[in-house]
Design a protein around this ligand. Structure first.
Ligand code: HGY
Ligand code: MN
Ligand code: MN
Length: 419
């Protein structure tokens, strides 16, 4: 078993250096915004490709823009263990959400390569480019491509400039028609493991560097359009207005009230726009997004039905029209006990209490659950802050995360025998 304890190797320092480097690939200087299939995504993907090659992996970019690095095994087991996360970000992001999982996985393989060590199974490191779903109203194209669950209609989704996913893939150098062939078959894969910052306060509160994820919240996202009647702010009497923004404001508070009524339910209005807004115009049209999540799918769908009914009531009382289009749906996913147990054993072997905790955030792992068994290792982040430039992790925790991942890899007996 490779133990880094007896080496002067500090993988955490290299991980932090590389994350600083990746953070420079951004839409604008000084903040980090790296959206799917943009020039900055391309630059980051090329940098990841170089790091994968230096770690002894054979690398290609698949039809959905995912950088795939393969580190062959001894041949004893042909099923590959997939380890991945995403290198796209939200706007004005932190530099650890997603990228940490890719860089740490590469660092673990680089250690195996340094020692010319081959495991019984091949490893494939996957750097997905579309987890955040910021540029297009659809998301998880990369991980759904690997899982073989892409709805072809996703390719027709348009960004704010009217560019379709299909056009953006072609401009990126990918062939969208190759997406079906990039899917893996269940028999080819041992499982999928993702290392990710917790984006919550639990590990910090428990004073633990890492934790094992038990399940990932299910989520639904909607785009709501409210149409009233634009009017002159000075002449339209209040009683005669069909104010789309005032109606939307009532709907926003209805979402908040309903989500707050159940402990594990969360509801967020992340974007609200008044397309033709002006100080002296009664808003005639508004669009906003709804993001509803819960570990329990029934609880989430019931809440959504209640919210739709209440929005309808608000719309009719205010004589406006409201339409809601579902843009994303992912069921709650449970992590595989056999993988959780082996992650817990690897955490304990590194002298850390193996705490298990759920994930309120969504991840590429949710999409991979459509293909194979999944597991996640969370890494503590300062204040649980994420989707915020203040996102931070300690180098020592990055170091621990790579060590735990390596121990996990070295001790993973392949449940599936040679096919
Ligand atoms: O929204 C999420 O949970 C993820 O960060 N995309
Ligand atoms: Mn993420
Ligand atoms: Mn995120």
């Amino acid at each position: 078993m490779i133990s880094l304890a007896d080496q002067d190797v500090r993988p955490g320092a290299e991980v932090m250096r590389r994350l600083d480097r990746l953070a420079r690939f951004s839409q604008e200087e000084g903040t980090l915004t790296r959206l799917f299939l943009t020039p900055e995504h391309k630059a980051a993907a090329l940098q990841v490709k170089l790091w994968m090659e230096a770690a002894g992996m054979a690398v290609h970019v698949d039809a959905a823009g995912t950088v795939v690095g393969r580190y062959d095994g001894t041949g004893e087991c042909r099923q590959a263990l997939l380890i991945g996360s995403h290198i796209d970000t939200v706007r004005n992001a932190g530099k650890y959400d997603g990228s940490l999982g890719v860089v740490a996985a590469i660092q673990a393989v680089a250690e195996l390569h340094r020692r010319a060590r081959r495991l019984p199974f091949p490893i494939e490191v996957l750097a997905f480019g579309d987890e955040e779903g910021v540029r297009f109203p659809v998301t998880l194209l990369g991980s759904r491509t690997i899982a073989g669950t892409v709805d072809p209609a996703m390719l027709d989704a348009r960004d704010d400039d009217g560019v379709t996913v299909r056009e953006a893939l072609l401009a990126f150098g990918c062939i969208p028609e190759g997406i079906p062939a990039a899917a893996r078959r269940p028999g080819e894969v041992l499982g999928y493991v993702e290392l990710h910052i917790e984006q919550g306060p639990v590990l910090e509160r428990e004073d633990l560097p890492v934790g094992i994820v038990t399940a990932i919240n299910g989520a639904s996202r909607f785009l709501v359009e409210v149409t009233g009647e634009a009017g002159h702010a000075g002449t339209v009497p209040m009683a005669l207005r069909r104010d789309a923004l005032a109606a939307a404001a009532e709907m926003v508070l209805a979402v908040e009230r309903r989500a707050a009524s159940v402990p594990e339910l969360v509801g967020t209005i992340g974007k609200l726009e008044v397309p033709a807004g002006a100080t002296n115009v009664v808003p005639g049209a508004v669009r906003f997004t709804i993001d509803m999540r819960s570990p329990d799918d029934g609880q989430r769908t019931t809440a959504i039905a209640d919210i739709m009914a209440e929005m309808e009531a608000i719309a009719s009382r205010r004589a406006v029209r409201a339409t809601a289009r579902r843009t994303y749906e992912e069921t709650a996913r449970k992590c595989a006990p056999w993988l959780m147990d082996r992650l817990a054993a690897a955490v304990a072997a590194n002298g850390i209490e193996p705490l298990r905790l759920p994930s309120g955030a969504g991840h590429d792992a949710s999409a991979l659950a459509g293909l194979t068994d999944i597991a996640m290792l969370f890494v503590r982040c300062a204040g649980g802050i994420s989707h915020n430039p203040a996102e931070a992790i300690a180098e020592a925790d990055a170091d621990t995360a790579v060590r735990v991942l390596l121990t996990f890899l070295e001790t993973l007996e392949t449940r599936k025998t040679i096919d």
